[in-house]
Design a protein around this ligand. Structure first.
Ligand code: RIB
Ligand code: CA
Length: 322
C-alpha cells in the first residue's frame, strides 16, 4: 500500500538524500515538495530541490517555494556545511520550467485538501513553512495523517552547544509546531541524537558511486558535506524518511517537547521530556490541542544505524538500476 507524502526541505546534501530515498521508494507517493531558506537561501534550496527531483527522474513532482527567512529573528550569516551551492559543489543541471507559483503553505494546504487518502508531511528543514501552514490553514493541517520532523536534540546540539540547526534557524516556528500546534496532528520527532549516529563511510560512498550516475552525484555531494567530527557522513533528513518505511529499525518513546525561544545562549534548544509522567499512557489522546497544553510527540530515541544506512543504500542505488 502506498502512502501519500509531502516533503518540506532546505536542500541541503542530506535533504538530497531524503528526496532520492523518497523517489526510490514505491511505498511512498511523493505528491509535492516545498522549500524553505535554511542551509542556503530560498532561491538555491528551490533550484536544488527541482534539480534533485529531475536527477531522480521525478521532474513531474511539483516544487513550491516558501519562507525566505525565519518568522521572528533572522539568524546571523553562517558558512553552510553544505557549501555555497547547498549540494557540496556538484552543480546539478537545472531543469526547464519553473516552481509552482503558490507559496509553500498554500501549496501544502491545497495538496492535503485535494487528497482522497491521508497525507504525511516530512519536515526536514527549518519549520517556518509548517508553522505558516498550521497558522493559516489549521482545519486542513488537522487532517494530516502524520508530521515527521527531523530536528531538535535530546542532548547537545550541532550549530550551537544547545541547539540543532533546523530548530536554531527558526525557534519560534519550531515552538509553534512542536509545543503549541493547536492542531491534533500525530507528530514524530527524529532528533539529532539518532541522526548524527547514522552516517555513511567510505565503502558506502563507493557503493553509491558504483551504482551509476545518480549514485555518483550523491556520493560526490556527500563528499562535500562539511559535517564536522567523525568519519561517517550523516544523512539526518534521510533517516526521517526511512523512519516511516522501517519503523522496526527505530525505538520510539512518547514525550513532550519545549523549545527555547529566548535570546540567550540556549536559543533553539529543545527540552525533550521523556519522563513517564510527562506523556499520557498509551491509548490516551496523545495530542491534546487545548491551548497551552503541550502535546505528546513520538520521539525516535534510538535506531539500528547500520540497518538504516543499508536501507538507504538499497533504495538510492535502485535509481540507477531502473
Ligand atoms: O541539523 C541537521 C539538519 O540541519 C538537517 O536538516 C540538515 O539539512 C540541516 O538543515
Ligand atoms: Ca535539511
Amino acid at each position: 500500500m502506498t502512502r501519500a507524502v509531502l516533503i518540506d526541505c532546505d536542500p541541503g546534501i542530506d535533504d538530497m538524500m531524503a528526496l532520492l530515498t523518497a523517489c526510490a521508494s514505491p511505498e511512498l507517493e511523493l505528491r509535492g515538495v516545498t522549500t524553505v531558506g535554511g542551509n542556503v537561501g530560498i532561491e538555491r534550496t528551490t533550484r536544488n530541490a527541482r534539480s534533485v527531483l529531475a536527477l531522480a527522474g521525478r521532474g513531474d513532482v511539483p516544487v513550491a517555494a516558501g519562507a525566505k527567512r525565519s518568522l521572528v529573528r533572522a539568524v546571523a550569516r553562517h558558512d553552510s556545511a553544505h557549501g555555497d551551492d547547498g549540494l557540496g559543489g556538484i552543480e546539478l543541471p537545472v531543469p526547464d520550467g519553473r516552481p509552482d507559483r503558490r507559496p509553500a503553505a498554500e501549496f501544502l494546504a491545497a495538496a492535503v485538501e485535494a487528497s482522497t487518502e491521508p497525507v504525511a508531511l516530512f519536515a526536514v528543514g527549518p519549520l517556518t513553512n509548517v508553522a505558516l501552514f498550521y497558522a493559516t490553514y489549521p482545519d486542513i493541517a488537522a487532517t494530516l495523517d502524520r508530521l515527521v520532523v527531523m530536528g531538535g536534540s535530546i542532548g547537545p546540539g550541532n550549530i550551537t552547544p544547545a541547539a540543532e540547526f533546523n530548530v536554531w534557524f527558526d525557534p519560534e516556528a519550531a515552538y509553534r509546531v512542536l509545543a503549541e500546534p493547536d492542531v491534533a496532528v500525530p507528530t514524530t520527532l527524529v532528533p539529532l541524537d539518532v541522526t548524527r549516529r547514522t552516517g555513511l563511510g567510505e565503502a558506502d560512498l563507493a557503493r553509491l558511486a558504483a551504482a551509476g550516475p545518480i549514485g555518483g552525484y550523491a556520493a560526490r555531494a556527500l563528499g562535500g558535506y562539511r559535517h564536522g567530527a567523525g568519519p561517517a557522513i550523516p544523512v539526518h533528513d534521510a533517516v526521517a524518511v526511512l523512519s516511516v518505511m522501517h519503523p522496526e529499525l527505530m525505538t520510539v518513546r512518547r514525550a513532550t517537547v519545549q523549545v527555547e525561544t529566548g535570546l540567550g545562549p540556549g536559543r533553539g534548544a529543545t527540552l525533550v521530556d521523556l519522563r513517564p509522567e510527562a506523556a499520557p499512557a498509551e491509548g490516551v489522546d496523545a495530542t491534546p490541542v487545548d491551548v497551552g497544553v503541550v502535546p505528546t510527540v513520538d520521539v525516535v530515541v534510538d535506531a539500528d544505524s547500520r540497518a538504516v544506512v543499508e536501507a538507504l543504500l538499497d533504495r538510492v542505488t535502485r535509481l540507477d538500476r531502473r
